[in-house]
Design a binder for this molecule. Structure first.
Ligand SMILES: C[S@@+](CC[C@H](N)C(=O)[O-])C[C@H]1O[C@@H](n2cnc3c(N)ncnc32)[C@H](O)[C@@H]1O
Length: 281
């Protein structure tokens, strides 16, 4: 998947301006943000970019005496993680029970669950709050023999831990071909044989399931749009874990979930990112 990189500069930039800007851009589909001294870089999937919506969003920002200018470019697919992976990706431990590392790491601490991830261009090493929040949920949940769907699987890190904890069978789906390829590679690296990986989005769920557990770490707008397709693959007692949004977004997510017959179970947060757990009534 190619992304547009939009560089936004504010005449007066501070944390509040960046927070408001990223919250509003999140509403029109921007997925990730990098703070800069004088503004933000914001990233959105190529098909979702709409310059008119961007202009309207900037015009509607509730911040006074600040002018925002922007430039944008389509960035070519490249191995975004390569440098980071070589230089910064350190093994990470979740709840002292699960360690995630790459094949080049030496002296990896021992843990009950040892996950090998070579992420390349896919998202999901356990370092992002949303990934680690769902990993923690999976460590606590009863997964033995349960069928599971990992929607927006990235590296398939979540599906791999679920398989190690006994979930079976597992379907992992991502809209991005790089993620599908990388998932297959990581699944092989971890000697897992019960995860089927597919390229697709919510439309590819028709006729699948029912799943006992659904996990989806994507973003607020995609979850709101596609949750109905996820719940169509669930039955009474099925659970869903969702992340990829902020604590402030929980009421919106909860309202949508409840309209689809889900009951709120719990939430957890880390640095303002949230994971929520619902059960089908
Ligand atoms: C935040 S990453 C999560 C990756 C991994 N599951 C994790 O927890 O680290 C979101 C993933 O969702 C995928 N994605 C984005 N839109 C999607 C859609 N409509 N349907 C399925 N996957 C999607 C992206 O390609 C990306 O790999």
């Amino acid at each position: 998947m190619r992304y547009f990189e939009v560089t936004l500069k504010a005449t007066s930039c501070n944390e509040t301006v960046n927070d408001v800007l990223s919250a509003f851009l999140g509403e029109i589909g921007f997925e990730s943000f990098v703070e800069e001294a004088d503004g933000l870089k914001a990233y959105i999937q190529e098909p979702l970019f709409d310059e008119t919506a961007l202009k309207e969003t900037i015009a509607s920002l509730p911040i006074e005496n600040v002018t925002i200018s922007y430039t944008f470019e389509l960035i070519e697919d490249k191995d975004w993680n390569e440098e980071w992976e070589k230089n910064y990706f350190q093994p990470i431990a979740i709840d002292n029970r699960c360690v995630i590392h790459s094949s080049f790491h030496k002296d990896v601490p021992r843990a009950e669950y040892d996950i090998l991830i070579n992420p390349q261009m896919a998202f999901g090493t356990g370092h992002h709050e949303t990934t680690s929040l769902i990993l923690e949920q999976l460590l606590d949940a009863e997964l033995q023999g349960k069928s599971l769907l990992d929607m927006g699987c990235g590296t398939s890190i979540l599906a791999i831990l679920a398989a190690m904890r006994g979930a079976n069978p597992i379907t992992a789906i991502d809209i991005d071909t790089w993620c599908v390829e990388n998932s297959k590679e990581n699944i092989l690296l971890n000697n897992i044989s019960n995860i089927s990986v597919e390229l697709g989005d919510a439309d590819s769920l028709k006729g699948k399931g029912p799943f006992d557990i659904v996990i989806a770490n994507i973003n607020r707008n995609i979850l709101l749009r596609d949750m109905e397709s996820y719940t169509a693959c669930m039955v009474k007692g099925s659970e869903i874990f969702m992340s990829g949004f902020y604590v402030d977004d929980i009421p919106l997510i909860q309202k949508k979930a409840e309209s689809l017959g889900l009951e709120f179970v719990s939430y957890k947060e880390k640095n303002n990112w949230a994971v929520v757990r619902f059960i089908m009534k």
